[in-house]
Write a protein that binds this ligand. Structure first.
Ligand code: NAP
Length: 492
């Protein structure tokens, strides 16, 4: 099982020991970064450690902060080993000058590359092995997501025979810090908290343990994830990992920061990729890469879900059905006659409006699309045979259902609303695709007017539930998924 090591970047002995003693038992080791410290009583650190420690004193040429003379730097590592440190981390380019260590101390021989991922990873690994390393460590930077694949390949070939640490730095490399556990890495690194990273792309240890369930990841763990750019703020990893955890499914869901969908698929399919959520800007390009897509996806020209079934890639659009059921459920719970007799006003004409229009077409009495840029409303309306108007024409619609699909009112512009309050009244349903905040100004004014207010969280959850059920062929733990989204949104 891959161990979890928290790299501590505290400035002095006192705060380092306090931080170490604060860590839960799920953290197996701690890395003491001497190059981050203004002072360090090594003897005290070694005597007071409550778990194995790695002592590192990284020079600036390898991305660290130690600017002192090389002999003093290497002496600090020898001293740590003599005082009882469990491991020291020494760079490949200086291991030859380190000298002998007591047999109780393991020697991690490392190589870092802050510029990118070199093509000669095997050559570097051979030099590390030849140097007499107890543990070999290669940490390049992933300039793009496809740089992670050769690292997984390296692990797959070397980890069965020796102790290896291989992961990628940088935002695109984040997934390697988790996936390396599937391919047998000796350990992976985490930060103590966000903002305390010792290397770019580190994830806080509590996310590694609780969200990604690192301790449960092994060779059979199936890989899922969201393909997006940007991806950092996606809630999907929290939601789907919680769902896998609640159902005791051996799977992990990762945030893939992807710039080229085709290159990503080619690089990652050999690594047990089972399913993907797809979001901006890849929904259209990903469709073209599928072996098979469902009818709704074809109609709208975009997919948001991929299932990898053997050699075949299947694409679906769960956004459309999810939007329709969010509206249908609300109408059913209201006093309105059936949806087929309702007048629906879709506000907006972007991607969300298109999914909504595509799903609702043929199910409602009448649909009008209103948009700031009237020509876009006209275009969308003509595509699906609907009516359209500008935002100033919304008052003439006398809608039973208003669905906002614009981003107006989204955090941080929470004081904005796309629909004047005088158009809201009791008996109607008001849906807002925006779900951050949970209660937008539009929804709070709808509630005050006596309308039924429906948050976009329903749409988000419906599509996530549909994805989970398609991938796993099991009922999704919808309550758990909703709780995660609500906690995340309320925590912001
Ligand atoms: P999009 O394609 O960029 O479209 C944005 C729409 O918002 C356009 O109609 C645009 O009008 C309008 N708009 C933007 N700023 C405006 C303003 N200040 N005043 C009036 N109209 C404005 O974006 P999208 O993908 O459709 O997403 C729109 C929103 O839906 C986002 O907040 C997104 O998070 C949300 N969404 C939620 C879910 C869910 O699961 N709940 C799913 C999909 C999307 P113009 O054409 O005039 O620019």
């Amino acid at each position: 099982m891959t161990r979890l090591c928290v790299a501590l970047t505290e400035p002095d002995t006192e705060s380092l020991l306090a931080a170490m003693h604060d860590l839960p038992t799920g953290v197996d080791l701690v890395e003491v970064r001497l190059d981050f410290m203004k002072e360090c009583e090594l003897q005290r650190v070694c005597e007071s450690r409550d778990r194995p420690i790695i002592v590192t004193n990284r020079p600036t040429r390898q991305g660290g902060h130690c600017e002192g003379p090389e002999d003093v730097r290497l002496r600090s590592l020898r001293q740590a080993a003599e005082l009882g440190a469990d491991y020291i981390d020494v760079e490949l380019d200086s291991v030859g000058n380190l000298g002998a260590l007591p047999g109780t101390c393991g020697r991690i021989v490392s190589h870092h590359d802050f510029q990118g991922t070199p093509p000669d990873l095997d050559v570097v690994m051979k030099r590390i092995i030849d140097s007499g390393a107890d543990i070999g460590k290669i940490v390049p930077t992933a300039s793009r997501i496809t740089d992670v694949a050769p690292m997984l390949d390296l692990l797959r070939r070397h980890a069965p025979e020796r102790k290896v640490i291989a992961l990628s730095m940088g935002e695109a490399g984040l997934v390697s810090r988790i996936l390396c556990a599937k391919f047998g890495a000796y350990l992976t690194f985490a930060s103590r908290e966000r903002g305390a990273e010792s290397a770019p792309g580190q994830v806080p240890y509590d996310e590694m343990l609780d969200m990604y369930r690192l301790a449960d990841i092994g060779p059979d763990t199936r890989v899922y994830g969201v393909v997006a750019n940007p991806v950092a703020h996606s809630m999907s990893p929290a939601v789907h990992n919680a769902a896998f955890g609640a159902c005791d499914i051996d799977a992990v869901y990762l945030p893939f920061k992807v710039d080229n969908a085709g290159a990503f698929l080619s690089a990652f399919r050999p690594y047990d990729l089972n399913g993907l959520s797809v979001t901006l800007p890849h929904k259209e390009t990903m469709l073209a890469l599928m072996d098979e897509v469902d009818e709704e996806a074809l109609r709208i020209g975009a997919i948001n879900t991929v299932a990898c079934r053997g050699e075949r890639l299947l694409g679906r659009n769960t956004d459309i059905g999810a939007a329709v059921s969010a509206i249908e459920d609300a109408v059913r719970r209201s006093d309105l006659p059936g949806l087929d007799r309702c007048k629906v006003l879709i506000v907006g004409a972007g991607g969300a409006a298109r999914a909504m229009a595509c799903g609702l077409k043929g199910r409602c009495g009448r649909i009008v699309v209103a948009n700031r840029t009237v020509s876009r409303a006209a275009e969308l309306a003509s595509e699906f045979g609907l009516e359209h108007c500008g935002l100033d024409g919304m008052g003439n619609v006398d809608a039973d259902v208003i669905a906002n699909t614009t981003s107006v009112g989204m955090w941080p512009n929470v004081d904005e609303t796309p629909v004047p309050a005088e158009l809201l009244h009791g008996g109607m349903v008001v849906f807002d695709a925006v779900y951050n905040p949970l209660e937008t100004r539009l929804l709070s004014e709808a509630g005050a007017a006596g309308a039924m207010a429906v948050s976009g969280i329903r749409w988000f959850l419906n599509q996530a539930v549909a994805q989970f059920e398609w991938w796993t062929e099991q009922t999704a733990p919808a309550d758990v998924m909703e709780q995660v989204v609500r906690q995340r949104l309320q925590g912001e």
